[in-house]
Design a protein around this ligand. Structure first.
Ligand SMILES: Nc1ncnc2c1ncn2[C@@H]1O[C@H](COP(=O)(O)OP(=O)(O)OP(=O)(O)O)[C@@H](O)[C@H]1O
Ligand SMILES: [Mg+2]
Length: 301
């Protein structure tokens, strides 16, 4: 079965405000990352793809199923983690996953709907009998991820799944999602580049209601080729100029991509369309550099 998720010409307006403007997106089996700054429109697009909101215009298709006609069938194959969700706080973690299994129409006795299996997958096995209101924010997030993955849906849509996870849990999540994606189509949104840099086969970058770029992590990193520079400043110069340096250079020479304090001074990394004075070109940009190019520089070049 063709399991591609395809959105075409999606627009979303709230009153006179256009939040999505003719967005096209094709999500193939494997992991697809949706990257964008706060307010870019990621959650709005995700809600439309996850059958949780109607578009003002445009079409969504999953395999041969179409929105809104086949919403019910799409939901039967969908696992969804909204950015904002409510958990039943008075239940224990295990009770909640039992409830989720029932809601999805599965038997908790089967492996893919087993609450204990999913508690283990997200590292909550020791908290199975703890009431949700007594769990930390990151633990609640892991429980919500378990809920979305439960039943092994063929389409998994996660909106900011790593929000609130500590570094160990981020690594665990990446491994889990990679394993999961071997037999599923996974779309996940984030504004944290490193969340998707090493696990997504495809990434779409959203900016102000548009998809401004898409490609493999490597292709997107390469957008910064010829646009990435470094400037070395002595610690004394940096201390003297730091209050105004960033503003001056961002206005005239692109965007600061990083500031690294070193023993002999400060190394400032910039993405810019024109070579800044006293700057050295840098090879081998990363995805974060490419992302900055796509979301901040004039892309008409
Ligand atoms: N119900 C609504 N009514 C009016 N405007 C809305 C509504 N929902 C979202 N917006 C606006 O749409 C824009 C995109 O919001 P959205 O939540 O999709 O962004 P996002 O990329 O998910 O951001 P974040 O990274 O902060 O989660 C924002 O300007 C937001 O204020
Ligand atoms: Mg969002």
């Amino acid at each position: 079965m063709d399991k591609e998720l395809v959105a075409q010409g999606i627009s979303k307006r709230y009153g006179r405000k256009t939040v999505l403007d003719h967005v096209d997106l094709a999500v193939q089996p494997g992991i697809h990352g949706l990257l964008g700054n706060n307010g870019a429109g990621k959650s709005t697009l995700i809600k439309i793809l996850a059958t949780a909101a109607p578009p003002s215009q445009g079409s969504v298709q999953y395999g041969t199923l179409q929105r809104p006609r086949n919403d019910h069938q799409i939901r039967q194959q969908l696992g969804y983690l909204p950015q904002q969700y409510g958990l039943l706080e008075h239940l224990t973690a295990r009770e909640y996953l039992l409830y989720a299994a029932r809601m999805k129409g599965g038997s908790p006795k089967s492996d893919v709907f087993s609450p204990d299996k999913w508690l283990r997958q997200v590292g909550l096995q020791d908290y199975a009998s703890r009431r949700i209101r007594g769990l930390s924010g990151g633990m609640k997030q892991r429980l919500a991820i378990a809920q979305a993955m439960m039943g092994a849906p063929s389409l998994l849509i996660l909106d900011e799944p790593t929000a609130g996870l500590d570094p160990d849990e981020r690594v665990r999540f990446r491994n889990l999602i990679q394993e999961f994606s071997r037999e599923a189509t996974v779309l996940l949104s984030t504004h944290i580049v490193s969340d998707v840099e090493h696990i997504a086969q495809h990434i779409s970058i959203m900016h102000r209601g548009h998809i401004v770029a898409h490609g493999s992590p490597e292709e997107l990193a390469n957008r910064a080729v010829g646009r990435l520079y470094e400037i070395m400043l002595s610690t004394a110069d940096w201390e003297f100029q730091r209050a105004t340096w960033m503003d001056r250079h961002e206005l005239t020479h692109g965007v600061v991509a990083g500031i690294i304090q070193e023993l002999g001074g400060v190394r400032i990394r910039l993405v810019s369309d024109t070579p800044p004075p006293n700057a050295t070109p840098v090879d081998e940009p990363g995805l974060e550099d490419g992302y900055l190019v796509c979301t901040t520089l004039d892309l008409s070049r």
